[in-house]
Design a binder for this molecule. Structure first.
Ligand SMILES: Cc1cc2nc3c(=O)[nH]c(=O)nc-3n(C[C@H](O)[C@H](O)[C@H](O)COP(=O)(O)OP(=O)(O)OC[C@H]3O[C@@H](n4cnc5c(N)ncnc54)[C@H](O)[C@@H]3O)c2cc1C
Ligand code: SF4
Ligand code: SF4
Length: 650
């Protein structure tokens, strides 16, 4: 959706009215007599599309308004940065990681795309996470525990996020994981130059520091501990196993010893066992995993005269480990990435594809493997490819277009599946575990599931599911039937909570007869919360309010093909305070008042007024005196955020 540089320089900002629309005969009549709607403004909170398209459901608009200084912390001494951190982690406890590697579906959904370019949500999120890391912000956990303990199987993003949300609800947990360290694919899949380990370790430790979250590492459920033992010891079980096995190449010769899975290649690298790769590497994929494989392969390079026993496939298979000293004699390796789809349709994030090319990876797109060519020793010597076309939705090789890519190592990164060895009773027949819409395992009381083991997707998806699963477990413990999930199922801004936080909560309702509610203290006058039902589209905003402002980019230090060998430093630099505030300032606050005063200034009747300073909070900044309002709807027209509906009336 992002606009090109050229478009950004020339495109006009949206205007609400066309040229000539101002030719009203009598301005006064139009405003005062000809509008017969008899409607008055009401203030309507809706979900912004950034939040609606974030699988974790983060209150993005909320933390952007905090960073830009519109929504202020209520607690004395709390900084803007800490307040923004608490808001963002309400849904997702990993802002530092997400700001770096989430492909940001929120940015695709952002309404600002209809002005010039999306808001740099990812960049501000990284800023929030990195500031929290530098300043050591902590999570609070309720002192009172429920007495219930959940067994969480899998200490990846889903399992950790679930432990965090459960602890916030007062439930303890024990995380089982078969690795040495927590983190799942954060640590064993994604390379450290994308998810820097100091930040990752900090974000994990911050969850464990909440207390009453224990870990049992190097423990595989289904092998070291049985399902029955887990059921006996715990009050509920959450399966967050992820997808640990890579799919092999489904072509003749695909089981050659030097054909390996992408996830295993990356695990060998991330645990430090794989120090160099082969002379010529070809990776089949097009998604995130394949990009990581080829980027790592370019960084590792090869060494002259590697012992046969130390060939990469033996290291990846876990039989040997390379000597760390090999790093000193690295030379560049030839690395090719092949993709079924054209470059523009590859599932990896666009900038990751560009980075890989800049680092010297050759990309062959729109092609498919048809055969692995084997040498006399049974090892692959080349991968035969052909141009790919879709026939009845199936990739099909075009005859006569075959060509060979000579290689010493083939890495298959065409998808992952679950490893349910010892847990076959949960297998839905496709190597995955079924979930109902509350993330409970069907017909298995007390068992819940979240993350990639339902269907491999993104970090943010696994974390969002963990939050809903934790809520379902809470209902289960409280013997409450799980109620319907809202249509827009995200972590909403809650005006009542905001009023409580500001010491402005409405008084208890006393039953009785009341005329109107504008002066009553038990209700919030003319506010409606439709956030759980509606996402506000761009055409309900007054986009003409927003001047053309190019997106601020993070500084990047990506290596080129000459510099990439042995380059394991992080590529993306965090925003400074000033940069974060400036970029957050581009947010249009879709669906929530951002205190611009337009409605107050333009109301011809002085009916719209600012709420008194000591009674005002976010979402409660303006109000209307209905005895003065004539229903002209100017306030609704000039409200940039779409917060005003002409709705109340008679
Ligand atoms: C190479 C790679 C790159 C990726 N890049 C991105 C990216 O850039 N952006 C993005 O959003 N997503 C990315 N993803 C996807 C993302 O990593 C996953 O969606 C996410 O990690 C899923 O989280 P999870 O907790 O469900 O599973 P995992 O992260 O896989 O964690 C599951 C954990 O459970 C453990 N476990 C499994 N079975 C058992 C058992 N029986 N007993 C005990 N422990 C067990 C595993 O060892 C593992 O530690 C990438 C994935 C890969 C593989
Ligand atoms: S402008 Fe702001 S609130 Fe609106 S969709 Fe974009 S980030 Fe979200
Ligand atoms: S016009 Fe401005 S002050 Fe009035 S409701 Fe809309 S955003 Fe708030």
């Amino acid at each position: 959706m992002a606009s090109s540089k050229e478009e950004m320089d020339h495109k006009l900002t949206f205007r609400k009215f066309e040229d000539g629309d101002y030719t009203w005969g009598n301005f006064g009549d139009q405003i005062f007599n000809e509008d017969t709607s008899h409607k008055c403004p009401t203030y309507v909170h809706r979900t912004p599309p950034c939040q609606g398209s974030c699988p974790s459901g983060e209150d993005i608009r909320g933390w952007l308004q905090i960073v830009r200084g519109i929504e202020k912390p209520q607690k004395e001494g709390m900084s803007m940065q800490e307040y923004a951190f608490l808001r963002s982690t309400d849904a997702n406890p990993f802002p530092s990681m997400m700001g770096r590697v989430c492909p940001a579906p929120c940015q695709d959904g952002c309404n600002r795309n209809h002005v010039e370019d999306f808001v740099g949500i990812n960049a501000v999120e990284q800023y929030i996470g990195d500031t929290a890391f530098e300043q050591g912000f902590k999570f609070e956990a309720p002192a009172k525990l429920s007495g219930k303990t959940v067994a969480i199987i899998g200490g990846g993003p889903a399992g950790l996020a679930a432990a965090y949300q459960l602890r916030r609800m007062g439930h303890a947990s024990v995380i089982f994981d078969d690795h040495d360290e927590l983190g799942g694919m954060f640590r064993y899949g994604i390379p450290g130059y994308r998810t820097p380990r100091p930040h990752l370790n900090h974000e994990i430790q911050r969850i464990l520091d909440m207390g009453n979250i224990e870990t049992r590492m190097q423990t595989r459920v289904g092998k070291d501990v049985s399902v029955e033992q887990v059921e006996k010891e715990f009050d509920a079980v959450l399966w967050a196993l992820g997808c640990q096995s890579g799919r092999g190449l489904p072509v003749e010769g695909g089981d050659a010893p030097n054909c390996v899975a992408g996830v295993k290649f990356l695990e060998a690298f991330n645990t430090g066992r794989l120090q160099v790769t082969a002379d010529r590497v070809v990776c089949v994929g097009g998604g995130d995993t394949s990009i990581d494989v080829v980027s790592v392969a370019r960084r590792l390079g090869r060494i002259e005269k590697l012992n046969k026993e130390e060939a990469p496939e033996h290291v990846i298979g876990g039989y040997v480990a390379h000597d760390a000293a090999y790093a000193a004699s690295r030379e560049g390796a030839e690395v090719t990435l092949t993709s079924l789809f054209p470059k523009a349709e590859m599932t990896a994030a666009e900038h990751e594809v560009h980075d890989a090319q800049r680092e010297g990876v050759t990309i062959k797109d729109g092609v498919m493997p048809i055969k692995v060519i084997l040498g006399d020793d049974g090892r692959a010597t080349a991968l035969r490819m052909a141009t790919c076309e879709m026939v009845d939705n199936r990739p099909t090789p075009v005859e006569g277009t075959e060509f060979d890519i000579e290689c010493d190592l083939i890495v298959s990164a065409i998808g992952q599946g679950g490893d349910l060895e010892g847990l076959e009773e949960f297998d839905n027949g496709r190597g995955l575990i079924d979930a109902d819409k509350f993330y409970a395992v069907p017909n298995r009381e007390g068992h819940f599931v979240c993350g990639d083991i339902i269907r491999p997707h993104l970090l943010t998806t696994a974390i969002g599911q963990a939050s809903i699963a934790a809520e379902s477990i809470d209902y289960y413990f409280n013997d409450t039937e799980i109620r319907k999930r809202p249509k827009v199922d995200v972590h909403h801004f809650d005006l009542l909570e905001k009023l409580q936080e500001s010491g402005l909560e409405p008084k208890e309702y006393e039953p009785g007869e009341y005329w109107g509610t504008d002066k009553s203290e038990f209700s919030v006058h003319n506010f409606e919360d439709r956030a759980a039902q509606e996402i506000i589209p761009y055409d309900e905003l007054f986009l003409g309010h927003f001047p053309f402002t190019p997106r601020l980019l993070r500084e990047e230090h990506g290596p080129d093909a000459e510099q990439v060998l042995g380059h394991f430093e992080e590529r993306m630099k965090s925003f400074t305070d000033e940069q974060a505030i400036e970029e957050a300032g581009r947010c249009m606050s879709c669906g929530m008042c951002f205190e611009c005063d337009n409605c107050v200034v333009y109301c011809p009747q002085d009916a719209v007024f600012r709420v008194k300073k000591d009674e005002s909070t976010t979402g409660r900044y303006v109000d209307t005196d209905y005895s003065k309002c004539i229903g002209c709807h100017i306030c609704a027209d000039v409200c940039p955020t779409g917060y005003i509906d002409m709705a109340l009336g008679h």
